[in-house]
Design a protein around this ligand. Sequence first.
Ligand code: APR
Ligand code: PHB
Length: 395
Amino acid sequence: MHTQVAIIGAGPAGLLLGHLLHLRGIDSVIVENRSRDYVIERVRAGVLEQWTVDLMIAMGVGQRLQHEGLRHEGLYFSFNGQRHHIHLTELTGGKSITVYGQNEVVKDLIDARLATGRPLYFEAANVAVADIDSTRPVVRFQVDGQDQELTCDYIAGCDGFHGICRPGFPAGSLTGFDRVYPFGWLGILAEAAPSSDELVYTYHERGFALFSMRSPKVTRLYLQVPPEEDIALWSDDRIWDEMLRRMSTVDGFKPNVGPIFQKGVTPMRSYVAEPMRHGRLFLAGDSAHIVPPTGAKGLNLAAADVVVLAKALGQFYKSNSAQGLDQYSDICLRRVWKAQRFSWWMTQTLHRAPDESPFDHRRQIADLDYITGSRAAMTSMAENYVGLPMDVDLG
Ligand code: APR
Ligand code: PHB
């Protein structure tokens, strides 16, 4: 088997890249090691920046997003029992964010991929990359017990943080920048109508909490917990008790309670791999970098990488110029580090660290007081939250 671009991983990065290449008439094969149901049902975050929504619509995959996505013009910060509103749209010249589960994005993109008739392999076993320093790299895997060999011009490593592409870089060719946080998030989905139509980020003396949603009938909530917390320690009653304690504010806001139908604990980490390319292997999305979810940037960063990569591959196939490919890593990393900075800032401002001092606590309150009181500070926060400017070229 031969293709122009072999894409490893059918998460948002791999699927978006496949469709961006399709729109440019470039062939690809997507190789995913999990099943279709697993990929679609995996519960993840769900905030799309303005440009990501615009991108999905421009790519022709935004119909359900436009219909079912929840557009938000603002959000709240809550601390000392008070909610403070930040009007994102007013502060950013009309931009907003849209709440639409990552699994819905993935579902729409799989449907779009299948409609193109281009190959997408699920449940591929023992996926391995080789010859990335040559002009004909190769991907090996098995489907239904049969060995497959896929030669290609380029490999896109879109296989997430635990994938095989980043470890496929030769020893010494990659530097990882890492920060592990001393807490995690316990997240739930509940059958309960959202009690606020915008997100509420809460800083509480018992720890961070976040109010979000998935639909007019489903509430999504998170609590700061220790990083390796055993979910078995959290009965539904204990979860609701803690959510209500942290989130209730003097204006009467509190989440509506309802049956919990999904729960899990996620550790928090910041990581960046530099460079994002070696030879003919390009990393995109979580395979190259992860952010703590507090800034809601993960999916949007993955989309930004593949927009840059698709444009560079487009240039290569159209005019035989490798300039865009050579600049890929530097262009992506500038945005990645700004998103890292913002995600780190949101995380350290809103969480209680086990080793924090009374000075840190006062400083965090001052930070929140400043962010919710100064138009200049709010504007900076809003500009980052809705997404820094992104140059999209569909070719
Ligand atoms: N071979 C093939 N596919 C693999 C392999 C492998 N060895 N290892 C992992 N994968 C697949 C995973 O099963 C997954 O479907 O690669 C895909 C990677 O998808 P994501 O982890 O969703 O990463 P990405 O597409 O970069 O999207 C980033 O995901 O983790 C969230 O918050 C993050 O929103 C961000 C987004
Ligand atoms: C979510 O709705 O899952 C969500 C929202 C905002 C975040 C993280 C997750 O910062």
